[in-house]
Design a protein around this ligand. Structure first.
Ligand code: F6P
Ligand code: MN
Length: 322
């Protein structure tokens, strides 16, 4: 394989932003190592705690969060961080220009079965003169992200990164510890015959989603006139990676299982960064009501419906929601 240069992020990014991304990647390399060690690292299984969202914390959630938090706050490049595993935002360097929201280990229920997990991150500019302990500095719509990415800890460790000029894929060369560019300008195919949804929630979906999926399942003799295949990794990072590589529609839609919790995925550190990566690769990311990147956040751990992927297929799905 041709060797391509390690994470090159020219594209007019500030040196500080490039250094910040490299800082995040340094923590991700460590997480990659720990995840790869599996049972040998003694960090599989759960802690006795729950995070603020009532989810059981895995030991690897806590470890990944600590690694990212420590390295980011020590780096001096961030004014504040927001993490899935932190109840509130954490203040950093008051003079720094960037803020970072992250999901330290997405899909962490997969850790104990040696399946896909990943780190998702979103970088925005801190408003000038803002107070690092003011949570509202994170209340910016996703189209303000200056960079977004994920690191997928799979058979190989891969980085998907966008700084607003396309989405690039890199593979970690574990022999010398660098992320090497392996796909410049990923493009999500416009059409697809593949979808991803947790079908066990079917009875709780909205009527619009029920009828869209019912039509897909009818296959070539139904209204869509073609057979569809289904995939579900139970880690958004894995499902979105497949969409970036070969297209598809991924959704975690609104449901009525728990009236107090109609959505599952979090806006700031799951939906927004994935939406930027997918849009920058030619796909669409929507809630069914609006473009994800246009949502004005109101809370750090706010949840949203997510429908993303191949342009033409997402448009068909959105047609059912009108
Ligand atoms: O972070 C939430 C998450 O783990 C996503 O990564 C994933 O897509 C989804 O939840 C899985 O949900 P479920 O447990 O319903 O399959
Ligand atoms: Mn997650």
């Amino acid at each position: 394989m041709r060797r391509l240069p390690p994470v090159l992020i020219e594209d007019g990014c500030s040196r500080e932003l490039v250094s910040l991304i490299r800082t995040i990647l340094a923590a991700c390399k460590e997480i990659s190592f720990r995840v790869g060690q599996g049972a040998l690292s003694g960090v599989l299984g759960s802690t006795l705690d729950e995070n603020i969202q009532g989810e059981t914390q895995k030991k690897l959630d806590v470890l990944s969060n600590q690694l990212l938090k420590d390295i980011l706050l020590e780096s001096g490049y961030v004014k504040a961080i927001a993490s899935e595993e932190e109840d509130f935002t954490v203040a950093g360097n008051p003079n720094a220009n960037y803020i970072v929201a992250f999901d330290p280990l997405d899909g962490s229920s997969n850790t104990d079965i040696n399946s896909l997990v990943g780190t998702i991150f979103s970088i925005m500019e801190a408003p000038e003169g803002s107070d690092p302990s003011d949570q509202t500095i994170f209340m910016q719509p996703g189209h303000k992200q200056v960079a977004a990415g994920y690191v997928l800890y799979g058979p190989s460790t891969m980085l998907a990164l966008s700084t607003g000029k396309g989405t690039r894929l890199f593979t970690l060369d574990k022999t010398h510890g660098s992320f090497l560019l392996t796909q410049d300008f990923a493009q999500v195919p416009e059409d697809t015959k593949e979808f991803a949804i947790n079908a066990s929630n079917q009875r709780h979906w909205t009527p619009a989603m029920q009828s869209y999926i019912a039509d897909l399942l009818e296959g070539e003799t139904g209204p869509r006139g073609k057979n569809f295949n289904m995939r579900w990794i139970a880690a958004m990072v894995g499902d979105v990676h497949r969409v970036l590589c070969r297209g598809g529609l991924f959704t975690y839609p609104e449901d009525r299982k728990d009236p107090n919790k109609p959505f599952k995925l979090r806006l700031l550190y799951e939906a927004n960064p994935m939406a930027m990566l997918v849009e920058q690769a030619g796909g669409i990311a929507h809630t069914g009501r609006e473009r994800i990147l246009d949502i004005q956040p109101e809370e750090i751990h706010q949840r949203v419906g997510v429908i993303l992927g191949s342009k033409n297929e997402v448009e068909v799905c959105l047609g059912y929601h009108k």
